[in-house]
Every structure is written in C-alpha cells, then in structure tokens.
Design a protein around this ligand. Structure first.
Ligand code: MRU
Length: 366
C-alpha cells in the first residue's frame, strides 16, 4: 500500500541531495520517478509537463533556482536562472510567485550564503504548499458536508487534475473530496477527461483510484447533460491564476462547465491557495493564455496491448489545430473560492477580504 508521502509529486532525496519528481507524462501507465540534476532538467520538466499544475510548477521552479544557485550564486547567475525558469510556462502565476519569494530570500545575501538559504526556502515553500492544501481540504469539507447525504453519495464533478499530482499532496479541488472520503461522507467524482492532454483520464482517475475514492470518467462534452439530469451536486475545480476581481483562469473547458452549472443552479467552487492569486491582474482579461502545440489535439498517446506506449494520429495529414490550454471563468459564475484562509466570495470585496487575511501570514501577497 502506497502512502500519501510515497505518492508525493515532488520530494527531496536527502541521500542524493536532489529533487525527485513523478514523470506525469507516463501516468497512468508507469509510475516513474525522475531525478532533476541540472537547470535544464528543471526547465524541461516544467515546459514538457513532467510536472504540471500551478502549485507544483511553482515549487519545482523554487528548487530549480536553488539548484542553479549552487552552481552560480552571482547576481547574474540568479537573474539568468530566474529568467529561464519564468519562461517555461506562461499562465500559472505560482511560477512567478515562487521565484519572487526565492529572490526575496537571497537577494541581500553574500553569494556564498545564497545556495543554502535558497534550498531552505524551497523546502519551506514546499511545506507551506502542503499545509495550504490540507487547510483547503478542511474548509471545503464543511461545504461538502452541508450538501451531503440526502440522495446517496455526494456527486462532485471536477475538471483537469487539481489533486496531489498538481500540488505536492492533497491537491486543491480534490482536497475536500479526500477529506470527505476519510470522514466517511459517501462521495463519487465525475472526472471529465480534459481533452486534449487528458489530465482527467490520465491523472485524476489514477490518483482517485490510488485513494479508493469512487469515480467515473466522462467525456468533456457530457458534463452539461449530467448536470441537466440532476446527477451533479457541485463542481469543484482548481485555478492557475485568479485575478483581483475574482475571475478564474483554469484548464480550458472550465468556463463551459461554469456556464452549465449556473444554468442548472449547481454550486461551482474554485479551490486555490493564495499563491494562485495575481493581485497585479485587475481582471481575467489580463491573464496570458498558453497556446500549446497542435500535436496535442491531433494525436493521442496510449498503451498498446503489447504494453508499449504509442502515439497515433487522429486527423488527416495536413489538418491544422488550435490549442489554447486555459480559459477564463468570470467571477459572476463562481459560487465561492475555497482557500487555505477560508471560503470567500468571488468578487472585489471577497478578494479584498482574502487579501487582508493573507497579510496576517508571513507569505504576504505581492
Ligand atoms: O496544463 P496543466 O496540467 O498544468 O493545468 C493544470 C490545471 O489547469 C489545474 O486545474 C490547475 O493548475 C489547478 S492545480 C491545483
């Protein structure tokens, strides 16, 4: 039986003095750990999505910067490594959040002290991330408990992967589900497949299976119909960047679920740590949306009967595709934001209340 620690998406191997990640491009077929040995490895792991999910991207970048400073702790070395890491993916603001906190910690130090301080800060950010997700689980549990029980298991719909694999442990959207399951609240999760990269089918289904939480994978396009049939009690998703007005940017397809939820009077919750709020973005219109390669839409990778992983083409040769990886859900469609500091309205005033709570903590908003 694997423990939650065994399945941590990123961990520090003290014997090797190195970071190990789960290579998420191989899930659910192989659970393979990879050691990151140089800055190139860190940048590749983020841009090629061996690690993905906003909080995990941030923590990986923090360790990447610590690693780079162990090689070159000069001001120029720090600036170069930060710039390279920041360029790996554009939408998840946790990347910038983590790099800014790392820089804050080491900027004023003499170069010979920087590497050790940076590693210590990366460890602290990792621990804080785990604690935030655990707190999100507690606050979200209260919301789920309030809706549970009347007609069989609570039916929760989620999109993409916002579980332990997207964070370090627990996850954001899945943390309340795990807490509910552990508390004996019967819960079933509708996992939308999340085309084109299928993070739902590949990752969310896998991690729910590991945890013994009942779930069913559904095609993205079936979610509206499930809601119309009364088979969904609430939707919980994560966020890659939340603007100061409560607009939420998350995996493409989130917006359509929010529209369908609103039309069917189904609560639509977004679970996020405060590290995912971009206080400098006044609204979702300012959030950069990552455009990924055509191949993600036009081909699919799976396991053959022989056991080998194979990529096959889905379209006629010469077919073109567009691949915006995220979308923005306006705050008016979000029922509430579940954070480590409590549950807040997705509105200017709700966001101000969250900001005030963040200021009580050492990791203040920037
Ligand atoms: O492209 P990905 O897989 O990095 O996208 C991840 C998501 O959209 C998640 O829902 C989001 O990061 C929240 S993770 C807790």
């Amino acid at each position: 039986m694997q423990t939650r620690e065994d399945l941590a998406s990123l961990r520090w191997n003290a014997a090797l003095a190195a970071v190990e990640i789960i290579d998420q491009t191989r899930l659910p077929h192989d659970l393979q750990r990879v050691t990151l040995d140089c800055l190139d490895d860190y940048c590749h792991a983020i841009s090629a999505m061996l690690v993905r999910g906003a909080p995990l991207i941030g923590i990986t970048a923090a360790y990447g910067l610590a690693h780079a400073l162990a090689q070159d702790a000069s001001d120029a070395g720090l600036a170069r490594a930060s710039e390279r890491l920041l360029a790996t993916r554009p939408t998840a603001v946790n990347l910038r959040w983590a790099l800014e906190r790392m820089a804050q910690q080491v900027d004023d130090l003499a170069p010979e002290l920087r590497a050790a301080a940076a590693l210590e800060q990366a460890h602290a950010l990792r621990e804080a991330e785990i604690a935030s997700c655990a707190a999100i689980g507690e606050h979200g549990l209260a919301l789920l408990q309030a809706r549970a029980g009347e007609h069989g298991p609570l039916q929760v719909m989620t999109h993409c992967n916002a579980g332990g694999l997207a964070t370090i442990e627990w996850g954001t959207a899945l943390a309340p589900v795990y807490r509910a399951h552990a508390a004996g609240v019967p819960v079933h999760v509708w996992v939308s497949e999340t085309r084109p990269r299928n993070q739902g089918t590949h990752l969310t289904a896998w991690e729910l299976q590991q945890a013994g939480v009942p779930f069913t994978v559904v095609a993205d396009n079936s979610c509206g119909q499930l809601m119309r049939e009364g088979r969904v009690d609430c939707v919980i998703v994560g966020s890659d960047r939340t603007a100061a007005n409560g607009d939420v940017c998350n995996k493409v397809g989130t917006y359509m679920k929010a529209l369908a939820a609103a039309d069917n009077q189904i609560p639509f919750y977004v679970a996020l740590p405060a590290s995912t709020v971009d206080w400098r973005c006044a609204s979702g219109a300012e959030i950069p949306i990552e455009e990924r390669g055509e191949d993600e839409v036009l081909a699919v990778t799976g396991r053959m009967a022989s056991g080998a992983l194979q990529t096959v083409s889905l379209a006629a040769a010469g077919t073109r595709a567009a691949n915006p990886a995220f979308d923005v859900t306006p705050a008016r469609l979000v029922t509430a934001l579940i954070t480590e500091h409590g549950v807040f309205a997705a509105s200017e005033s709700g966001m101000q209340a969250l900001r005030a709570r963040c200021q009580d903590f050492s990791l203040t908003p920037m």
